[in-house]
Write a protein that binds this ligand. Sequence first.
Ligand code: GLA
Length: 393
Amino acid sequence: MSSAPNRDQILYDEFVSRLQTRPSLMAVAPGRVNLIGEHTDYNDGFVLPVALDRDVRVLFNPRQNRRVRLYAVEFDAWAEFDLDDLTFSEEHFWSNYVKGMAWSLAERGLRLIGIEGIISGNVPRGSGLSSSAALEVACAKAFMAAANQLDALPGEQIAKAAQRAENAFVGVNCGIMDQFISTLGAEGHALLIDCRSLEYQLVPFPTGAALVIGNTKASRSLANSAYNERRAQCEEGVRILQSVLPGISALRDVSSAQLEVHKDLLPSIIYRRCRHVVTENERVQSTVDALSRGDLAEVGRLMAASHASLRNDYEVSSDALDAMVSAMSSAEGCFGARLTGAGFGGCAVALVKRGQEGAVRDAIFEQYAKAMNIWPEVYISTPSAGAHILALD
Ligand code: GLA
């Protein structure tokens, strides 16, 4: 029986044929799926993501100068630039994540050197599984390893630097969750992150459960502007509530009991946005408790409640996401399902009894495809390791 060459071999061969030499190092950084805690990170709150077994890889050699030369396999394109001249590229958008990362590491005092190599990823792009964060973090690791500075920054600070690259260089106003889990995820675990203090705690993922991710393949065109609008609405909520709760600086500081007491101060849409964030933070804590008791039925109920809150109060779901969640939830063995990531399209995640992944997948292909007339993709995943460097020789 002949076996197909594996991804490692394909990438190695691609490197050799593109660069006429062998790579010495590979940086790997995973995409993520968020179990619960949506739109809480930029409110200083709590999130509970998992690193996926899908990642971005940079195979590279350090250079003796400050030039960077990288080939992006999926775009079939080269980008070449100097570390002393980091300018935004309209032509090769992907290269801005690489440049932005170099820029923000330099801002933190790291003296980098050039690299040459290839980049390839199997995190679906533009689907809410954080392919951008994976690219940033893989580049961070590659630059740090090339400069012999792998220990120069702790993981939390690598994540911060990657977020800064995305906010200030690429121009996307994301929170810290995606870069944090890509950097610090661990096999077999979810990660509880306090997005204010950046303290984190590994939470064992139940051995009797699996993750099924349904990609709606529906467009997310609204995502950027609506994301910024939601952030502004949360800030407005905080400003109004500060008149009666002067100690608060973010929605993280508000309990649902306090929100109910002061409800009448808030315009109704702002109240509903705040109610989502405040109750979602509480659901993250309850999910961690339920996981520690092994109560997966309760975790599933909390996921369903999160989706309802994102749909009704935060209004970031879509027909496609609702159809996906309903297909998943109807299947035997599904504890619960919800949209994951920013929303408006992209993916939903289901927590499923191990052994029942196929039933959930079948339900998605039958029901979702019929309801939306779109052919979805399904990924069955297990919690995987965060970013790391591998020596290739
Ligand atoms: C996107 C952002 C994250 C987070 C989620 C919503 O994935 O990149 O920082 O805000 O949306 O939870």
